[in-house]
Design a protein around this ligand. Structure first.
Ligand SMILES: CC(C)(COP(=O)(O)OP(=O)(O)OC[C@H]1O[C@@H](n2cnc3c(N)ncnc32)[C@H](O)[C@@H]1OP(=O)(O)O)[C@@H](O)C(=O)NCCC(=O)NCCS
Length: 144
């Protein structure tokens, strides 16, 4: 399937949902106070590069990604626990601009335990707020 075609998830069912709201000035403040340390603890290289592309709304894009990571943690029902690293959840935009989630490390392990085969993510942001919503998809025939 070409990435720019409409999504089709005929063989999937939604098993969980998470949502998060982030205050953009809070992210700006964290960036001003902790700079690179904050950025590299929370965001992968690809996420940092994506946010850098447009200097004008860099903070919004970072805040959107942060909201997306928290939405995924809520969706899994764990929150930020144990060995989870913020960079275990990476948000990458496909050629059409739609964000997609790639999991690694501890979060990938948890998602596997929960039989999550794919995560759908949606992000919106203004200068003040960023919101993200995440849904977990499992195979239709998967028993819970
Ligand atoms: C994709 C679109 C819906 C984004 O909405 P928006 O109001 O411009 O901006 P929002 O802040 O709500 O959303 C931005 C986020 O949309 C997401 N997005 C972008 N393209 C997307 C797509 N094809 N599918 C799903 N999500 C998409 C991205 O996550 C983006 O944030 P990010 O770049 O930080 O990852 C919009 O650009 C669009 O295509 N609108 C069509 C109508 C139009 O052009 N209107 C303009 C004048 S009214």
């Amino acid at each position: 399937m070409k990435k720019t075609e409409p999504n089709s998830n005929k063989n999937s069912k939604i098993v969980s949902h998470g949502i998060d709201l982030v205050d953009c000035p809070r992210i700006e403040d964290m960036l001003a106070r902790h700079g690179k340390r904050f950025i590299s603890r929370i965001f992968t290289k690809a996420e940092q590069q994506y946010a850098q592309k447009n200097k004008k709304n860099k903070i919004e894009k970072l805040a959107g990604r942060f909201a997306a990571k928290e939405a995924v943690l809520k969706m899994m029902g764990t929150g930020w626990i144990g060995k989870i690293a913020w960079t275990d959840i990476e948000i990458i935009n496909n050629p059409a601009g739609q964000p997609e989630v790639k999991l690694t490390g501890e979060v990938k392990k948890i998602a596997k335990k929960l039989s999550i085969k794919q995560i759908g993510i949606s992000i919106t942001h203004t200068a003040n707020f960023a919101i993200a919503s995440a849904v977990a998809l499992a195979n239709k025939n998967e028993k819970k």
